[in-house]
Design a protein around this ligand. Structure first.
Ligand SMILES: NC(=O)C1=CN([C@@H]2O[C@H](COP(=O)(O)OP(=O)(O)OC[C@H]3O[C@@H](n4cnc5c(N)ncnc54)[C@H](O)[C@@H]3O)[C@@H](O)[C@H]2O)C=CC1
Ligand SMILES: O=C(CO)COP(=O)(O)O
Ligand SMILES: [Zn+2]
Length: 359
């Protein structure tokens, strides 16, 4: 090898290494829940399963999953609606003997299954009952702690089994929230680029481009995303998987979570139980797109088109609380630099919330 070649190999670029984990099987479509036993068989995960589901989603799909698996596996089911370090610890106790986990429900159930299985070094299968969040296939788990919402390192599901028949029958509000979570990729990326320019934070161009492209395709197909439409469920579910893969490539939630997510997490604390995760992120994205000098009306128009809320009032949050959340955003994960960490004042925060109601 030439001296130039050796120098090149010794250069910093070649010192880099990266470990990306991605799902192995992704099965999306009508009635695919019936294929779950075949997926488990294909992956040879063992004979004992712990099914984690929600108190509501148990009827929707949890019981069906249990029945399907019970033919060939020893199955234990646990139902939980909340996610906390305490719940995760309890699930780990219950699941200590299980060979693999199956999470059947919304984002909180899937994140609970994801982190508990990761802590126990077992595989898990993601069975979303709604296309409401992009954690369906991601390697991160979002867990509320006393310091605020924490994005924890976990692993991606070994398989995703997303039945578009089930997802299409879920309330449209959940689907619209999933769209808003993906639309907020636009601003998450702008924040990432800002942090790269201002703070030297490393960027992953592949993750960034995949994340933006996912939002663009979703917006292009917005007319097809209608209540109870299985085609709409299919489009959104694919986008959520793609967005989750972008996070796995980046090894962080950066491609899908910027200032708009910090605003959403601040609201989780200041107005608990009001609005869905994606709904809050969508509202936050209008604000941060405005601050970035981008097409905030375009973001708002896309959210309206798919039926997602665009003002705090629509999710039952009063404007003063929304102002407080904007100001508190910088206290959530301060290491994640975004446009909301740049010195917002109470006056400017008030103006930003007022702007949301402008025609
Ligand atoms: N790990 C990651 O990368 C990500 C994690 N998240 C997390 O996911 C959570 C948000 O997920 P969501 O699904 O919005 O919230 P969620 O899990 O609270 O679900 C919202 C509600 O929808 C109900 N639901 C689900 N499927 C249903 C169906 N088919 N029919 C009727 N009701 C149904 C649930 O029971 C729940 O009451 C947050 O904790 C957020 O931080 C969000 C994005 C990415
Ligand atoms: O919600 C997410 C991406 O949509 C995950 O982001 P967080 O890291 O903010 O929890
Ligand atoms: Zn999100």
């Amino acid at each position: 090898m030439s001296a130039d070649g050796i120098n090149l190999l010794k250069s910093k670029a070649f010192d880099k290494s990266k470990w990306m984990q991605l799902p192995r099987d992704v099965v999306i479509g009508h009635d695919v829940i019936e294929h779950l036993p075949a997926v488990c068989e294909d992956l040879a995960l063992g004979r004992t399963a712990l099914v984690i589901t929600g108190t509501r989603t148990r009827d929707v799909a949890g019981d069906r999953v249990r029945a399907l698996l019970a033919e060939d596996y020893a199955v234990t089911t646990v139902a939980t609606e909340e996610i906390s370090l305490e719940t995760i610890r309890k699930i780990e106790e219950i699941g200590g003997e299980a060979d693999f986990f199956v999470g059947v429900g919304g984002g909180r159930v899937i994140d609970t299954a994801k982190i508990a299985s990761f802590n126990l070094d077992r595989q898990f299968i993601s069975v979303p009952t709604a296309a409401s969040h992009d954690g369906i296939a991601s390697s991160r788990a979002s867990v509320p702690t006393v310091e605020g919402n924490t994005s924890m390192t976990a692993h991606p599901p070994i398989a995703v089994v997303a039945d578009t028949g089930i997802i299409a029958r879920a309330p449209h509000r959940l689907l619209a929230a999933g769209c808003a979570d993906v639309i907020s990729n636009y601003t998450a990326i702008l924040d990432w680029e800002l942090s790269h320019r201002l703070r030297g934070e490393p960027l992953s161009e592949y993750a960034l481009t995949l994340s933006r492209m996912t939002a663009e395709i979703l917006v292009k197909d917005a007319d097809l995303i209608r209540p109870q439409s299985e085609e709409g469920a299919w489009i959104v579910t694919k986008a959520l998987v793609s967005s989750g893969v972008a996070m796995s490539i980046a090894g962080s939630s950066r491609p899908g979570s910027g200032g708009e997510h910090k605003f959403s997490h601040a609201l989780d604390r200041l107005a608990p139980g009001k609005g869905l995760h994606g709904e809050k992120c969508g509202i936050g994205a209008i604000i941060t797109m405005y601050l970035h000098g981008g097409d905030w009306r375009g973001i708002r128009q896309s959210l309206r088109k798919i039926g997602a809320p665009t003002t705090p009032a629509e999710i039952g949050v009063d404007d003063e609380t929304a102002v407080e959340a904007l100001l508190a955003a910088k206290t959530i994960r301060p290491e994640r630099f975004t446009i909301l960490d740049m010195g917002l004042t109470p006056e400017s925060a008030r103006d930003l919330i007022k702007m949301l109601y402008r025609e």
